[in-house]
Design a protein around this ligand. Structure first.
Ligand code: BGC
Length: 709
């Protein structure tokens, strides 16, 4: 008998259910906190895992109780949200997605895993894989953005990073792909809101990153808070049991989101908590995060005949197997050797990640700033606000490590006089400091205007109906612009903000998202030209809230927008184009693409297609360009999106250098989902588009034809 069989054979019903129970320790608060004495419950065998506790001492103390004072001595599993770093805070996922760099994505997850494992953790609730197309939804900050192909690549890289080659290695932690699924389409961008997207859209857009996560060996999946077409995800048999377990063969652990099982009553699908527990278990949710409903109600559900003991046993086995894979039965305290990490290397990685995530949105001959600048005025509430650099998920992070724009510039330009005034708070009604702040710019060569959101204005429970500049910041910006001193805006946000007016008037706008510990250093590197920006938007940036949702891969209409024809798909009062398309991002150089070509014009199911394009750096600075390849299927049984991203490549180019950039596409890149959502190649004509962003007018195009096999 193996370890798991013998444990299950020995366990009482209560001990089994205990393994399915995850409680919060309250070192961090990430949701409503219930009562109960944690240590007593642990001794009684009622707890299998704990969230929101970290640190060697604290985790070891509880682990000791589990090992020495419970009947079966099953080790505890400690989990925490590590979305963009543990102790060292990296850029938020939306920012890091802008780096379009799977190696970087993996490296930051690896560094976070090492720090977390060293802090006693074995599980993280990351990566977050919700495709997000609505900037009102605060959780867009945690997401890889609007594109499903990017989401799938992000999933693979993050899981490799967190889990390493083997889960049992001390510096590996188990990843949880979340939130399964569809939450990015919450009604009107309101967090926790219901979702009602078509099954096709789920299969084409929202599920592929999770499929990629499963294929990459992800240890756990979190069932989301939201309902889809009326069925809350923690009770969604169709998606959890039939799709994840049966179709994808996922045999890892499914965890409910925080208290989500109890919330089945508010959703209106369970009359009482016993029904709620039964619905979740039958749907295949193994771990009840925080609601305590499995412990209090599964015995009753069993007695009422709503669940089978087999379902409980299967869930217990999956939880125990995860603990076994993590090596917890052999080494419950899992010590990471100090040789595994270097604080210096992690700080350098944080700086690199921050630089690679900065998205230069606009620049009218002002950046980089001259090396001999004499006086710079840093103005705005985010110019020297260390805690706000951290972004929304930085539970173990610390503002003490954060470099602000002011500090970064002072270090980078020691000979320059750099003055600072906040002028206003991020989100208050007090405009009394505006005049004095702007007066500081009197002799300055440039105003570096640091505006945007506080870190807690994005992330969970942070939806905004009007995602523009909060408080009196617009007034501050108007006054700064009125001084006549050139204004470079550094925009901090967890989402695209509606700032069309500002982009039109400022000399430059730097999308700084939330960059983590090294924010100010990276921003200074970009402002001074020590780093030539490389990031590209992983999301279309709307002009106004009324355009939301706006994304590049929308399906065609029978009446495409035409300025000359009123009866076409458009607005009376606004362009249909985003302010910045997906993929937009400037550098201090200019790259042109020419001569798009294919190695064949026809292909069949087994073929590969080679696509080449010449990339020419017409600027005088070395640069790194990101080149996107999109496909459009001209005629299909179900109308295909106007563009679908199938590959991207990065190319480093010296001044005036040109290189051939090659892509090799499998025939699968041209597949569609048939009426049963099976992936098939339909014979017919395709266009391949290649360019620097998803603005269709700017793309190069070639045609090819799929032949019947
Ligand atoms: C969030 C999850 C998170 C969990 C635990 C929930 O409120 O939706 O993303 O993992 O709390 O902190």
């Amino acid at each position: 008998m193996d370890l798991i069989d013998s444990l299950v054979a020995n366990m009482t019903l209560a001990e089994k259910i205990g393994q399915l129970n995850m409680v919060t320790a309250g070192q961090a608060i990430t949701g409503p906190v219930g009562g109960g004495n944690l240590e007593e419950n642990l001794r009684a065998g009622n707890i299998g895992s704990v969230l929101n506790l970290w640190g060697r001492e604290a985790t070891s103390a509880l682990q000791k109780i589990a090992l020495e004072e419970t009947r079966l001595a099953i080790p505890l599993l400690f989990g925490l949200d590590i979305l963009h770093g543990h102790k060292t805070i990296f850029p938020i996922p939306l920012a890091e997605a802008a780096a379009f760099d799977p190696i970087l994505w993996e490296l930051t997850a690896r560094a976070a895993a090492i720090e977390a494992a060293n802090d006693g953790l074995a599980l993280t609730f990351a990566p977050m894989l919700d495709i997000a197309r609505d900037p009102r939804w605060g959780r867009i900050a945690e997401s890889p953005g609007e594109d499903t192909f990017v989401g799938a690549k992000f999933a693979e890289a993050k899981i490799r990073g967190f889990q390493g080659a083997s889960l049992s290695a001390a510096p590996s932690i188990a990843a949880t792909a979340k939130h399964f699924c569809g939450g990015g389409a919450a009604q009107a961008g309101r967090d926790y809101g219901p979702v009602d997207v078509s099954e096709r859209t789920l299969h084409e857009v929202y599920l592929p990153p999770f499929r990629a996560a499963v294929d990459a060996g992800c240890a756990a999946i979190m069932a989301a808070f939201n309902s889809v077409a009326g069925v809350p995800m923690v009770a969604h048999k169709g998606f959890l049991r039939d799709y994840l377990r049966t179709e994808l063969g996922f045999d890892g652990v499914i965890i409910s989101d925080y208290n989500a099982i109890a919330e089945l009553m508010q959703h209106g699908v369970a009359a009482d908590l016993v029904e709620a527990a039964a619905l979740a278990l039958r749907a295949s949710v193994d771990i009840d995060m925080v609601s305590g409903v499995y412990v209090s109600c599964l015995p009753k559900a069993l007695a009422r005949g709503l669940v089978e003991l087999e379902d409980i046993d299967a869930a217990v086995r999956r939880v125990l197997r995860l603990k076994q894979k993590l090596g917890l039965f052999d080494d419950p305290y899992r010590r990471v050797s100090p040789a595994e990490f270097s604080t210096q290397a992690t700080a350098a990685l944080a700086a690199d990640a921050a630089r690679r995530s900065i998205t230069l949105l606009a620049n009218r001959d002002i950046l980089p700033l001259p090396a001999n600048s004499r006086r710079i005025a840093v103005i705005g509430p985010l110019g020297d606000a260390p805690a706000e650099m951290l972004g929304p998920w930085a539970l173990a992070g610390s503002a003490e490590h954060c470099v602000t724009t002011l500090a970064g510039l002072r270090t980078a330009l020691p000979q320059c006089e750099i003055v600072f005034a906040a002028g206003v708070d991020v989100d208050s009604d007090d405009g009394s400091g505006i005049a004095a702040a702007c007066a500081l710019s009197a002799d300055a060569e440039v105003i570096v205007l640091c505006l945007g959101e506080r870190a807690d204005m994005s992330g969970e429970a942070a939806s905004r109906a009007t995602p523009g500049l909060p408080g009196r910041q617009r007034e501050l910006a108007e006054s700064a612009l009125a001084t006549g001193v050139p204004v470079v805006v550094i925009l901090f946000s967890g989402r695209p903000l509606m700032i069309t007016w500002l982009v039109e008037r400022a000399r430059a706008v730097v999308g700084a998202w939330f960059l983590g510990d090294m924010a100010g250093r990276a921003i200074a590197d970009v402002l001074t030209g020590h780093f030539n920006p490389t990031a590209r938007l992983p999301i279309s940036w709307p002009r106004e809230t009324g355009q939301i949702p706006i994304f590049y891969s929308s399906r065609p209409t029978g009446r495409p927008a035409d300025a000359a024809d009123p009866f076409t798909s458009k607005y009376l009062d606004l362009s249909v184009e985003p302010l910045f398309p997906f993929g937009h991002g400037l550098s201090f150089s200019r790259v042109e693409l020419k001569n798009l070509r294919l190695n064949r014009t026809e292909f069949r199911a087994q073929d590969w297609i080679k696509v080449e394009v010449d990339a020419i750096n017409t600027g005088t600075l070395a640069t790194e360009e990101t080149i996107f390849l999109f496909v459009h299927d001209l005629v299909s049984t179900v109308a295909r999106p106007l563009l679908e991203l199938k590959a991207w490549a990065k190319v480093a180019l010296g001044p005036n250098q040109s290189k051939v950039v090659a892509f090799t596409l499998p025939a699968q890149s041209f597949h569609v989902l048939d009426k049963n959502f099976e992936s098939v190649l339909e014979p017919g004509d395709f266009h391949i588009f290649v360019g620097l962003n998803a603005d269709r007018k700017s793309l190069l195009k070639v045609s090819l034809r799929a032949l019947a096999s």
